[in-house]
Design a protein around this ligand. Structure first.
Ligand SMILES: [Zn+2]
Length: 58
C-alpha cells in the first residue's frame, strides 16, 4: 500500500493554482527513526534534517 498526501501550489499573495496527490517520501532518520514529512523525490534535505520546514518556489 502506498501512502500520500494532498499538496497545494500557489504564488505569494494568490490562491492555490493546483492540488496534487503525491506519495510520501520513504526516508526515515537512522538516528531518531523520525519519518520525512515531504513528498517522494522532493528536492533538498529531508524534513528531519531541518530546523524549520522548507519553503519551495515553483
Ligand atoms: Zn524526504
Amino acid at each position: 500500500m502506498t501512502s500520500g498526501a494532498v499538496w497545494a501550489r500557489w504564488s505569494d499573495g494568490a490562491r492555490p493554482i493546483a492540488l496534487d496527490v503525491l506519495p510520501d517520501c520513504p526516508s526515515i532518520s537512522a538516528d531518531s527513526r523520525e519519518p520525512c514529512c515531504e513528498f517522494a523525490d522532493h528536492p533538498g534535505a529531508h524534513s528531519y534534517q531541518l530546523d524549520s520546514m522548507p519553503v519551495e518556489t515553483w
